[in-house]
Design a protein around this ligand. Structure first.
Ligand code: SIN
Ligand code: FE2
Length: 299
């Protein structure tokens, strides 16, 4: 959709997306229709003031064509708001064939783009119960990536080592359950990559801000390596390093955009991977950050 948008559309859309970002995601559900228009609704307890701000983001061409009988400001009498979001810096070509990184590993471009707003709304509930935190490695280093978990098991690191646990050490409570839209997306991506019936019991949520990196590592704290890793990228682009079975093996550099999903399993399950320092930027939905979700079968 970004390729088709004029620069005026783009400015309007960026404004609109920024307005969305200011709104409490728990109160708004958004989806994209086939044309890439965001359908927001119902607007429940969003005030008239909020709605008037949405007007900035509605370009007339889109509004005229909108099927729900919107006025020129993009506000429907049914209390729904519709506008164009320019998800530039996102992959929206879900029809593209998978990009094979190695036998068993591939990138599904744009596989999560259409679900992104739903995923983020669901994530807000998780973050309210288990906020991001910077964990400490066994060597005593504070990780630059902020992390939290949902699912039956959460990945943790502290001075005693890396492991999965049922309880969030910060709260003493179980990790929040993985919201259904996240589980559905993970299973769908795994199936598309050839791993049927993927039922993850762990979802690690990583937050990167500019400068944040994740050094080369293997995902090997899980009990079950027959299940793949499904990794969903949202927000700012990142350069993902995908290496071999040894740390010293050469790595491929793969740019991951908002909505891209990487799946690695089978012969590729234990390949080294990491993320280069995140470049500064602004993403329409997530601002100055990248959120990565990795789904695994831990137990
Ligand atoms: C991870 O390896 O856990 C995360 C990878 C990523 O952020 O893309
Ligand atoms: Fe990893």
């Amino acid at each position: 959709m970004s390729a088709r948008a004029s620069s005026a559309d783009r400015v309007a859309s960026e404004n609109a997306a920024q307005r969305i970002a200011m709104i409490d995601w728990r109160r708004v559900a958004a989806d994209l229709d086939a044309e890439g228009n965001a359908v927001i609704g119902p607007v429940w307890d969003i005030s008239i003031w909020d709605i008037s701000n949405f007007e900035i983001g509605c370009n007339e061409r889109r509004c005229k064509n909108a099927p729900h009988g919107l006025n020129k400001s993009g506000v429907s009498t049914a209390g729904q708001v519709r506008m164009t979001i320019d998800l530039f810096e996102s992959s929206d070509d879900t029809m593209a064939p998978p990009e094979i990184l190695a036998p068993g590993a591939m990138v599904l471009r744009g596989h999560a783009t259409a679900d992104a707003a739903t995923l983020l709304a669901a994530l807000d509930g998780v973050l309210a119960q288990a906020p991001f935190r910077h964990m400490v490695t066994p060597g005593g280093f504070r990780m630059s990536v902020a992390m939290t978990n949902c699912g039956a098991y959460g990945w943790i690191t502290d001075k005693t080592g890396y492991r999965y646990g049922r309880v969030d050490p910060d709260s003493g409570r179980d990790w929040p359950p993985t919201p259904a839209p996240l589980l559905r997306l993970a299973a769908r991506a795994a199936a598309q990559a050839g791993y049927s019936e993927f039922v993850p019991d762990a979802c690690l949520i990583n937050r990167y801000v500019p400068g944040t990196r994740l050094s080369l590592h293997q995902d090997k704290d899980e009990a079950d390596f027959t299940a793949p890793v499904v990794s969903v990228s949202l927000g700012l682009p990142a350069i993902f390093l995908f290496g071999g079975m040894r740390r010293a093996d050469t790595t491929q550099r793969v740019t991951l955009l908002h909505g891209d999903v990487v799946v690695w399993g089978g012969a590729a399950r234990l390949r080294y991977h990491g993320v280069l320092p995140l470049k500064a930027g602004h993403h329409a939905l997530l601002g100055e950050q990248r959120i990565n979700l990795t789904f695994r079968k831990a137990a």
